[in-house]
Ligand binder design. Structure first.
Ligand code: AMP
Length: 283
């Protein structure tokens, strides 16, 4: 595995690979790799000639200095893992290499970034938009892989690729969970055992929602019942629970499930912010 930190070098290496008709896949990550990342990397390896994984903790997308400082960075461990599973290139630019100047360009997503994550994390998606734009320009992949765990991010990146005419297929893959249902996340490592138990109730609430919807209960009643469930969980602080159309994240106005539905959660356990969602296709 080649480990590259220079943006110029990664562009040069991949430009010559692509001239030789090699398909390039990119998995952008912030490291502290877990099985959620691994499922993206597996798909990337299977579908492309050259698999590139980037690890870059992007300061621009953190709206909380403490969260940025405490974000886990086990780079040696990640590097060994990626080498073992046969990734071709690990791309690890430094902050100065990625942002030689304070960027003036602002990638914004209009109404799509004012709701859910965007509403509670001001500036977050501007940072995501800029770093994904830079990564897609530097690596110029044929395919890039994202987790549906970050549903809003995935939809925004898809729009970014269309609006800015990137020649990259944006591929979204399902959420990988722990045995207790907790969605895997690099931030889970900061939870105590007790915190992980509390956090496992996030998915339980989403499953309760699924059960009610499957029984034909209305969206309104389902939401009330799930909110009541979360309220009873000690140590879980709900930030939002939204029932939305997974195409554009607009509020789900229908009383019953008559089209695809996504239920999106954000909240805190032990001061750690966690998100999750459940995608329920139309009956
Ligand atoms: P991160 O390192 O948290 O920025 O995540 C890098 C990519 O992995 C993003 O596209 C995430 O959506 C995806 N990802 C993170 N956790 C999971 C998970 N549990 N299942 C599937 N994909 C995930």
């Amino acid at each position: 595995m080649q480990v590259v930190s220079s943006p110029q070098l990664i562009s040069d290496i991949l430009f010559s690979a692509q001239k030789n008709d090699k398909k390039v896949g990119l998995v952008p990550t912030m490291g502290a790799l877990h099985n959620g990342h691994m499922s993206l990397i597996k798909a990337c390896k299977e579908q492309n000639d050259i698999s590139v994984v980037s690890i870059f903790v992007n300061p621009l997308q953190f709206n909380n200095a403490e969260d940025l400082e405490n974000y886990p960075r086990p780079l040696d461990h990640d590097t060994r893992l990626l080498a073992e599973i046969g990734v071709d290139i690990l791309y690890t630019p430094t902050v100065d290499e990625m942002y030689p100047y304070q960027p003036l360009v602002n990638v914004s997503f209009g109404t799509l970034s004012n709701i859910m994550e965007g509403k509670f994390r001001p500036g977050h998606f501007n940072g995501v938009g800029l770093v994904v734009t830079k990564l897609l320009n530097q690596v110029a992949p044929d395919r890039a892989y994202f987790g549906i765990k970050d549903l809003q991010q995935f939809l925004l990146v898809k729009r970014l690729a269309v609006d800015l005419s990137f020649n990259t297929d944006i591929i979204g893959l399902p959420i990988i969970r722990e045995e207790n249902g907790l969605a895997m996340s690099s931030r889970n490592a900061r939870l105590s055992q007790e915190g992980q138990n509390i956090a496992s109730s996030i998915f339980k609430g989403l499953e309760i929602a699924q059960k009610y919807i499957d029984e034909g209960k209305s969206i309104g009643e389902t939401k009330l019942r799930v909110l009541a469930f979360y309220r009873e969980v000690k140590g879980l602080d709900l930030e939002y629970l939204e029932f939305v159309d997974p195409i554009d994240l607009s509020s789900y106005l229908e009383e019953k499930r008559t089209k695809d539905l996504a239920i999106c959660f954000a909240g805190y356990v032990e001061g750690i912010r966690l998100i999750d969602n459940l995608y329920l296709p139309q009956d």
